[in-house]
Design a protein around this ligand. Structure first.
Ligand SMILES: C[S@@+](CC[C@H](N)C(=O)[O-])C[C@H]1O[C@@H](n2cnc3c(N)ncnc32)[C@H](O)[C@@H]1O
Length: 264
């Protein structure tokens, strides 16, 4: 066992490939991908996988750890195990995940935490997430009214408190309550009904919401399905979608703060 703080031969840099083939990978991420002795990757489309193999022939997918019916938590731990083992063998490792590698990705954080505890250098570079694409495609500025982001199952399970006068993003609605992997699955209707019932406490039935899927290829448009909130349970919600719920009308402003503008 390494002593805390000591530096060993192996190292890890976690990078994101964004959502659009090659185009969303930052220059610093590309450099790490090129210079690594071993690249592990988890991406959603074969074009990005093929591109990664061209960037670095020592690229290997983590997708083989997925199996029908397998617990998601186990898959993520095994991904981290594989990354950690390669670093411990002394290699310079780059692990690439689609989107931002630290946004709704467990394996990346787990691997970094474990390696740091064991004295290996391990860090993460930011990437372009689904949320970043949504801001751009739907014209949402999180600075205007604030923005809250929740994992959909966690939102219900933990009875998360939120402000309906701010933007609300719910991730992983397509796998609501799914602890195991099921290929090609869509959200179960009774669970969407439960989510809609919760949201109806704060928004009217006719409140407009958007099922959003960012484009994967430069020439393609994103999928933007605008529906009324009460139509959500009838939708085919796939795992790659994010649910965007625009804010309710703003509360009357705090006049004492408004006066600050006059004071300058
Ligand atoms: C495991 S998370 C990975 C997120 C990814 N690391 C990121 O930074 O965007 C999967 C969730 O991200 C969102 N997501 C992934 N791809 C998306 C896309 N193309 N468009 C919209 N949301 C997407 C969905 O909410 C999906 O359930």
């Amino acid at each position: 066992m390494a002593q805390q703080g000591s530096r060993k031969a192996g190292s890890l840099v976690v990078v994101g490939t964004g959502l659009k083939v090659a185009a969303h990978t930052t220059l610093e991420a590309l450099q790490e991908l090129r210079e690594a002795e071993q690249v592990f990757y988890l991406v959603t489309d074969p074009a990005t996988a093929a591109w990664l193999h061209r960037v670095n022939p020592a690229a290997a997918t983590l997708e083989d750890l997925y199996a029908e019916g397998k617990f998601r938590g186990l898959i993520y731990r095994q991904m981290a195990d594989r990354i950690v083992a390669a670093v411990r063998s002394g290699r310079r490792v780059c692990a690439a995940f689609y989107g931002h590698p630290g946004v709704f990705v467990n394996a990346s954080h787990l691997a970094i935490r474990r390696l740091r505890r064991q004295g290996y250098p391990a860090r993460m570079l930011p990437g372009i997430s689904a949320e970043d694409c949504l801001f751009a495609d739907l014209g949402v500025n999180p600075g205007d009214r604030g923005c809250q982001s929740f994992e959909a199952t966690n939102f219900l399970k933990a009875r998360r408190r939120f402000d309906p006068t701010s933007e609300l993003l719910l991730w992983q609605v397509g796998v609501l309550g799914e602890s195991r992997l099921h290929a090609g699955g869509i959200a179960k209707r009774p669970r969407l009904e439960r989510l809609t019932t919760r949201l109806r406490r704060y928004y009217p039935a006719s409140h407009p919401v958007v099922l959003y899927e960012a484009a994967s290829f430069p020439a393609c448009d994103p999928l933007v399905r605008r529906i009324r909130l009460d139509r959500l349970p009838a939708q085919k919600v796939v795992p790659m979608m994010t649910l965007y719920i625009p804010p309710m009308p703003q509360r009357a402003p705090d006049r004492s703060v408004l006066r600050w503008y006059e004071e300058g």
